[in-house]
Ligand binder design. Structure first.
Ligand code: XMP
Length: 517
């Protein structure tokens, strides 16, 4: 996709766990930011003409033999630069200052005392004490020439430094984290007062630019998009629909592994409200046939992935000539950064349509590839998608198959669907749905004896799972209120034939995963 002409704040990543947070904070201030690895070539940086550069923190010491570095020419580009943590240490070292190990490593809350007046601390007064988040082992001991001290702590005498003539600034603390409550103001000072950005990166402006780009790229071509009903594919569909109207065809594969009401919800929204060309493929029998007797989790996932591709391809051929495949890829999936590593893909083979474009010889359109999830939701709201679509909890591609342990049958899926509908209803009624990352049921192939009325029962077990998480990589189980646990248990056992016992999963991730398979 052609790059949009817009003001860019470039973030060079030295491996900090907070790098993505810097990008998000900058974007929250309505400035477009991109993350690139620290060794991103200087010629490319020049070509991008960023209005400002931020050097992230990182786990290294700038005196390590293999410490990540940048060329000192970066500081001669005439672009305002802000170094954070490792970024300021590296900057100080490259510009002729001295960096040493701190006598005391400093992790956690600290206070910086502002020194004098500076643009970076505009709105703060001399000697003001500022609560900040520190995480460093080294400190700047001698300032490079041209720099002056604008903030200090007991352990980091040079907690904030400035070379105003060259618009180069550095802070030892992390302005991007919530534990630095006034960090947003400091970043804002850097972006607006020092670098001269205007706060123009909004989802409304994104829609206009993105539609123009999509139209230019797609021309008179056709796009096919796999719609799952999740946030990303729904927003992609709504954006493409606005850009190219009926030349977008959405395919929704009903694999028989969906939750109750899911298919009808997608039909009502996209066919009836958005008037999109939506093809629903009823592939339940095909998926369940392929899964018959299969109990091994990875095998289930592989069968579902393969069958999805087959079904999708067949349906796409019915459309006639298609030129592009639309995908709801988001920015965190494409950031080529030092700190971006996701172990979960190696634990479970994730169900996606990664191989489709090559197989189908289609071009790709990924209109969300520059956006973070919160921006996608904001964009979706601008495109008039309803709240419940934009704020639904994540649902795995292989659907209920990975929550129906043991062998899968329509009957067992129906039991699980009924139980999950109750869980969903009760979690929403308790006002907890939006604050929980995921809450769902897992049907266990474990039968136990129970008694209902005067009758002996011998039926399967439902495990209730609810987790808090920020990104699905780690998770904590949710201490749901006892009365809510009681209500869900009572309703499931009374209302769902086939389940006579409910248990609660109190395993975090790690060591557990969120889904059971
Ligand atoms: P786990 O179970 O690995 O899940 O802790 C982490 C997050 O990923 C979701 N998940 C998937 N999402 N395709 C997806 O799009 C998949 O195959 C898949 N498997 C798990 C899971 O629901 C959780 O949010």
């Amino acid at each position: 996709m052609a790059t949009m002409v817009r003001e860019l704040c470039l973030i060079l990543d030295f491996g900090s766990q907070y790098t993505q947070l810097i990008a998000r904070r900058v974007r929250e201030l309505k400035v477009y930011s991109e993350i690139h690895p620290f060794d991103f070539p200087l010629e490319k940086i020049r070509a991008m003409a960023p209005r400002a550069i931020v050097l992230s923190g990182g786990p290294s010491s700038c005196y390590d033999a293999d410490a990540p570095a940048v060329s000192s020419e970066l500081f001669q580009l005439g672009v305002p630069i802000l170094g954070i943590c490792y970024g300021v240490q590296l900057m100080a070292k490259l510009l002729g200052g001295e960096v040493r190990p701190s006598s005391q490593r400093e992790y956690g809350r600290a206070h910086v005392q502002i020194r004098g007046q500076s643009e970076l601390f505009h709105g703060f007064h001399d000697a003001e004490r500022l609560a900040v988040w520190m995480s460093h082992g080294d400190r700047v001991d001698r300032l490079p020439e041209g720099f002056r001290l604008i903030g200090e702590t007991h352990n980091a005498p040079a907690a904030a430094i400035a070379d105003e003539a060259h618009q180069i600034y550095g802070v030892q603390f992390h302005p991007e984290v919530a534990h630095t409550p006034r960090g947003g103001e400091i970043l804002g000072n850097f972006l607006f007062r020092i670098a001269g950005f205007s706060p123009s990166w909004t989802m409304a402006s994104f829609i206009d630019q993105s539609i123009a780009e999509l139209r230019a790229k797609i021309g008179s071509g056709r796009v096919v998009l796999g719609l799952s009903g999740g946030v990303d594919s729904s927003v992609t569909a709504a954006l493409l629909q606005r850009a190219i109207g009926e030349r977008l065809t959405c395919i929704f594969v009903d694999n028989g592994l969906l939750r109750s009401g899911e298919r009808s919800g997608v039909e009502a929204l996209f066919r009836d409200a958005f008037r999109a060309d939506l093809r629903v493929v009823d592939a339940e029998a095909r998926f369940l046939g392929a899964l018959e007797g299969v109990t091994e989790p990875e095998q289930k996932r592989k069968i579902i992935g393969r069958t999805f591709i087959e079904v999708f391809e067949e349906e796409a051929h019915h459309i006639g000539s298609v030129d592009f495949l639309g995908q709801g890829t988001l920015y965190p999936d494409v950031i080529e950064s030092v700190s971006h590593r996701g172990p979960s893909a190696t634990i479970k083979s994730h169900h996606n349509v990664g191989g489709l474009p090559e197989r189908m010889k289609l071009g790709l359109v990924e209109p969300l590839r520059e956006l973070f999830k919160d921006e996608v939701r904001e964009l979706g709201a601008e495109l008039a998608l309803p709240h419940h679509v934009l704020w639904r909890q994540p649902f795995p591609g292989p659907g209920l198959a990975v929550r129906c342990l043991g062998s899968i049958s329509k009957q067992r899926l129906d039991i699980l669907r009924a139980a999950e509908a109750i869980i969903d209803e009760e979690i929403r009624a308790a006002g907890l749905y939006d604050s929980i990352w995921q809450s769902f049921g897992v049907l266990l192939p474990v039968r136990s004896v129970g008694v209902m009325g005067d009758q002996r029962t011998y039926a399967e077990t439902l495990c209730l799972r609810a987790v808090h998480s920020k990104d699905g990589m780690t998770a904590d189980w949710v201490p749901l209120p006892y009365d809510l646990l009681g209500t869900i248990s009572r309703r499931v056992v009374n209302e769902v034939r086939g389940i006579n016992r409910v248990v609660y999963d109190i395993t975090s991730k790690p060591p557990g995963t969120i889904e059971w398979e």
